[in-house]
Design a protein. Structure first.
Length: 716
């Protein structure tokens, strides 16, 4: 009977987890517009004004700022080191009156927390076993849930903490009586918030993060995704920047959020000064930073993406290997459950900035740096391939469109660096049945300003012969513009390029980009899907746009070249395979079929890079695109300021998940060699993405259906 009972217990446990997950989905359906429904959490760090050795005043200030954090719907708020007493009490820490008052102040905070729907972390001196510890108290729901003592006591320079305090490992107990409560005590405590499966936090104090192996490193390996530091770091010249480095790198190494707050106005300036700096980082990225040297109490909030942190740890397998290697340290941690009611507001919008163009930095300086680096990665990769193959010529089809333009620019720079003439680039423009005068002229002008070899091959005769051989009715008085009609042209172009490469001892350079691969927008086999080497294959369309603009604005190919590139950038994206009904009018516009690239690249980034569900991607997209006034780059007049309603986002996500997961993988399973250029990922089966060619998109499409059809004030 025992094995059966055990099996039933395990089944019940699994069932409960499934029920919890299902309840989460129902909650999301009811509150799609609440950030907590998508595994975000709002956290806060506070720097209240204090008075030295006045715990009652400090408790009142703490409670007041905590109320502000609660009003902002934060789940957690952290206060500075020894905030209830002030850090600069020195030998006053040996006075019983002060220590008694600090415990009374903690009791006041605990009582106040009963009416505040969040977790408070406050600092105070605490007597344990006839020793004094520099502690953080975790308080919520009227209870003190845990006490964390400081592990490392600085006793150098201006610091004399070992004069008053004992380090955490000098304690011999794991429970202490505080304010009439039995409370877990130790530096190895982790705190879980039920109902938020990715929210586990750990607390360390000031110097703990300055040591070679901070306690938070082991806490992260034990599952903590949110690391909190209560600090009283005094300010000297250059220290603010170093704090940024310290906190940013710790959050990056630990794949965690890191909350840092330090003492400000009110600390003694007998020998030191205080700036009240507060920081919130997530996996190396700064989410929020407070102003410094403020006279008033201040609160800093940020929305952290807990799922993103979990996904990074799951994907980065060396994180798990490290946890295994340090399993003895990891095993020392114990977990405390924290009572917390998740805010159930129907609308609780993200305060976190969500960039509309995740592949393209919003800051103009960083954007130029990104473009330069991507361009050089592509150029260097092509140089290596040419050197390894002992080939000095390339063949490229130049359509006058965006992708082939950028690929040609990469080829030109590669030839320059190899010391070879640009005439070694054999450029061919190959007009078909629907090639517009505009793109044909742009192709010719571009090849001229680049200085490559330039030829024109009319593919219509060979296409007509192929259509005739197939028995296709086009050419016999019937305008049948089907997929065969389109692919014959794409195939003829690529066939010519490969034979031209054979004839000239060259390699064919592919021009297709990451966005097209994601959506399967390429002709399989002997079509634009294939080449000898593909320089654009891991560069999304939105980034290629800015790469071409960057080349144009930096004047790398002269004034006349800049003019041609501007014309290319202003051209509608089209395969130009079906003739228009009116002369000079495009029949095909790519984005009218597969959706706007700016939305599809947004979906690609979050689905490929983080594995998010479509519903979360929609929430992020809605946060980024709902406001027309929210220009991603206000200083750039050329950036489109489109606005997408939730219905637009949902419709295009449906297109994306069907094409990405169901219909296009077989094309990606056999793509040519190409360099990976960004952390956003590539779709090479030899690199970032390995997937079956015959999978279904059912689960992703079902998740799309959970997305509401409209938001308040939008037409459904």
């Amino acid at each position: 009977m025992r094995p059966l009972l055990k099996s039933l217990q395990i089944s019940a446990s699994v069932h409960q987890r499934c029920v919890t997950r299902t309840e989460g989905l129902f909650r999301m359906a009811k509150s799609f517009f609440n950030l907590y429904s998508h595994d975000f959490a709002r956290v806060a760090v506070a720097v209240p004004n204090c008075r030295v050795a006045d715990p009652a005043f400090n408790a009142a200030q703490t409670i007041e700022v905590a109320k502000q954090a609660a009003a902002r719907r934060a789940a957690l708020v952290a206060f500075p080191e020894l905030g209830l007493s002030a850090y600069t009490c020195d030998d006053l820490f040996h006075q019983r009156a002060l220590l008694d008052a600090c415990e009374e102040a903690l009791a006041q905070v605990a009582v106040a927390s009963e009416r505040l729907p969040l977790v408070l972390i406050v600092g105070l001196p605490l007597r344990v076993e006839h020793k004094l510890f520099n502690c953080a108290a975790i308080v919520s729901g009227g209870r003190i849930l845990g006490i964390v003592p400081k592990s490392y006591l600085p006793n150098y320079g201006e610091f004399y903490e070992a004069r008053q305090f004992n380090p955490a490992d000098s304690a011999t107990v794991t429970q202490v009586d505080v304010c009439g409560q039995q409370v877990p005590f130790g530096a190895n405590l982790l705190f879980d918030i039920p109902g938020m499966p990715f929210f586990r936090f750990h607390v360390e104090i000031c110097e703990d993060v300055w040591v070679p192996i901070p306690p938070s490193s082991f806490a992260a390996l034990a599952g903590a995704t949110v690391l909190v530091n209560l600090s009283a770091s005094n300010i000297v010249v250059g220290k603010s920047g170093y704090r940024h480095q310290l906190v940013g790198q710790q959050s990056a190494r630990c794949l965690a959020a890191y909350l840092y707050t330090s003492a400000g106005r009110g600390e003694s300036t007998t020998d030191l000064a205080w700036d009240g700096q507060a920081l919130i980082y997530e996996n190396g990225s700064l989410l929020a930073e407070s102003d410094r040297f403020l006279n008033e109490s201040h609160l800093l909030c940020a929305d952290i993406d807990l799922e993103r942190l979990s996904r990074e740890r799951m994907k980065q397998t060396t994180f798990g290997q490290t946890a295994h290697r340090h399993r003895e340290e990891v095993a020392k941690f114990s977990v405390v459950q924290v009572p917390f009611t998740i805010p159930d507001d129907e609308h609780l919008a993200l305060e976190r900035a969500v960039e509309r163009f995740p592949y393209v930095p919003a800051d103009s300086r960083r954007r130029d740096e990104r473009c330069s680096e991507v361009y050089n990665i592509q150029v260097q990769a092509l140089i290596q391939r040419l050197g390894a193959s002992k080939i000095s010529k390339v063949v490229i089809g130049v359509s006058g469109g965006l992708d082939s333009t950028h690929a040609l620019l990469v080829c030109a720079k590669a030839m320059d660096r190899l010391g070879l003439p640009r005439s070694n680039i054999l450029g061919y423009t190959m007009p078909g049945f629907a090639t517009s005068h505009r793109t044909l002229q742009q192709a010719k002008d571009l090849m001229k300003v680049v200085g490559c070899s330039a030829e024109e091959i009319d593919i219509r005769p060979s296409c007509l012969q192929m259509l005739k051989d197939l028995g296709h009715p086009y050419g016999e008085g019937t305008e049948q513009y089907d997929i065969t009609f389109e692919n014959v042209q794409a195939g003829e172009r690529t066939n010519h390029l490969f034979r031209l490469a054979n004839f000239n001892n060259a390699i064919v350079i592919g021009t297709g980009d990451l966005s097209e691969l994601a959506l399967g927008w390429c002709t399989y086999g002997v079509g634009d899907h294939m080449s000898h080497y593909s320089v654009n294959a891991s560069v999304p369309k939105t980034l290629i746009t800015h790469l071409v603009r960057w080349v144009a604005e930096s004047g790398q190919i002269g004034t006349s070249g800049t003019e041609v590139l501007e014309q290319v950038l202003d051209t509608d994206i089209s395969p130009e395979l079906v003739p228009g009904k009116a002369s000079g009018v495009l029949e095909q516009k790519t984005e009218s079929v597969i959706g706007p690239y700016e939305l599809q690249d947004f979906s690609l980034y979050y689905i490929l890079r983080f594995g998010f569900t479509p519903s979360k991607v929609a929430f992020l997209a809605h946060s980024a695109w709902k406001d027309r006034a929210q220009g991603a780059w206000p200083e750039d007049a050329h950036v489109a300021r489109n606005q997408y309603a939730l219905a637009d986002i949902k419709r295009n996500l449906s297109i994306f998940v069907d094409r990405f997961f169901r219909t296009s993988q077989f094309k990606r399973s056999c793509i040519p060699n190409a360099p990976k250029v960004g952390s956003g990922g590539s779709l090479s089966p030899r690199g970032d993405w390995r997937a079956p060619s015959d999978s279904e998109a059912t689960v992703w499409k079902q998740d799309v259906e959970r997305i509401p059809n409209s938001a308040d004030g939008e037409a459904a």
